[in-house]
Ligand binder design. Structure first.
Ligand code: CXF
Ligand code: ZN
Length: 369
């Protein structure tokens, strides 16, 4: 089967690989759609340390084609959205309500591109092993994943839309709804309107925020932000975003600010735009050596809260959250159609990556026949 494989820094392309059969608790998924996320590009650029070669893709949807002999929750023919933030439901973390940090599926292992049992599922013709990004590797015609990485989807939902819930939407909407705890009436500012930020905007709108301020450098992204629910748009290179946000909110600052890029100056802006007792959520993934500096007196005096969102997930039980987001889509509250601005065949992966870097898409999605 064909898969997009990263072989070195900025070296990637389609390869024919052998996919091993699913283990006892795993399923084989016939992939129908897979979104291209900036984290996939971080693997390509070497920004996210992942052992290579590695099958790319972690934002996918497809149909179950085969189940391992201990799979209880799925059968052949089920439509599923993949979930790279699985929860076993029985470990010490899941039992404490920390399913986003499930001990049965540690992030370190997923980042190593291996499965729960420490092995891999792809082979090249010469017999050598190929890893799968986040233990998912779904930028491919087929994927083998643990059953905990699947969420049932109503077959009436078009998979090219459903797939984007699997990363960009659950992460962004989760930053607003779960980590940001946005409540009806709250004012929200979102810094960075890429795949995550646009969905932080949607999440804030769904949570009942009457004022959602979008900050970005790209006019195209601000147009999309408006379409997805932003009430105010600030072009960060033309206006002082912090000053403008205080003006818009009558001098108060926003209840919740969400930083979606992962750069300290923007995190500082987000923090400075919040009101006393306001909450700043960081969801953009910074380079590992980055630090932020806050004035300790001001932090205490204003009672503001600086809150990290575990970006490899929804900030809650990701499987349940994906399910609820699919329901929001069916109810007409969540816009996925606007997000999927372009589809590609995997053979066109270089063009798709070029478009990603040129900010041409809300989301580019690979579709499979
Ligand atoms: C990422 C965040 C960094 C670890 C891998 C997953 N989230 C979504 O793309
Ligand atoms: Zn992603």
């Amino acid at each position: 089967m064909k898969a997009v494989v990263v072989t070195g820094v900025n070296e990637f392309g389609v390869e024919d690989l052998e996919l091993l059969p699913p283990g006892p608790k795993e399923v084989r998924v016939d992939m129908k759609a897979c979104g291209l996320c900036m984290s996939d590009h971080h693997v390509i650029s070497g920004g996210l340390p992942t052992p290579l070669p590695c099958v790319l893709g972690h934002e996918g949807a497809g149909v179950i084609a085969e189940v391992g002999d201990q799979v209880t929750q799925f059968q052949v023919g089920d439509h599923v959205v993949l979930n790279f933030s699985p929860a076993c439901g029985t470990c010490v973390m899941c039992k404490r309500g920390l399913s986003n940090f499930c001990a049965s599926h540690p992030l370190e292992q997923q980042m190593a591109g291996v499965y729960t049992d420490g092995t891999t599922r792809h082979k090249r013709a010469d017999g050598s092993a190929v890893q799968s990004f986040l233990g998912v590797g779904c930028m491919a015609e087929e994927a083998v994943v643990h059953q905990d990485c699947c969420v049932k989807a109503d077959p009436s939902i078009d998979m090219k839309y459903a797939c984007v819930v699997s990363c960009g939407v659950m992460t962004g909407a989760g930053a607003s709804i779960n980590t940001g705890q946005v409540r009806p009436g709250d004012t929200v500012a979102v810094f960075g309107c890429g795949g995550v930020g646009l969905n932080a905007i949607q999440g804030a709108r769904i949570a009942g925020a009457p004022m959602v301020i979008a900050v970005d450098l790209s006019a195209n992204k601000l147009d999309l932000a408006k379409k997805l629910g932003a009430t105010h748009m600030i072009k960060g290179d033309e206006e002082d975003a912090v000053k403008k946000i205080h003006e818009i909110t009558g001098g108060l600052g926003v209840d919740v600010a969400i930083e979606c890029v992962g750069i300290p100056p923007l995190i500082h802006q987000a923090y400075a735009s919040t009101r006393p007792l306001g909450r700043t959520v960081t969801v953009g993934v910074p380079a590992p050596d980055k630090e932020i500096k806050l004035n300790a007196f001001e932090l205490t005096a204003t009672g503001r809260c600086m809150c990290g969102h575990k970006a490899a997930g929804s900030g809650a039980n990701s499987g349940q959250f994906i399910s609820s987001l699919l329901g929001q889509y069916q109810a007409g509250n969540l816009d996925l159609d606007t997000l999927v601005s372009q589809t590609y065949k995997i053979e066109d992966v270089h063009k798709a990556v070029e478009d990603l870097l040129a900010n041409a898409n809300a989301r580019g999605v690979f579709v499979f026949d």
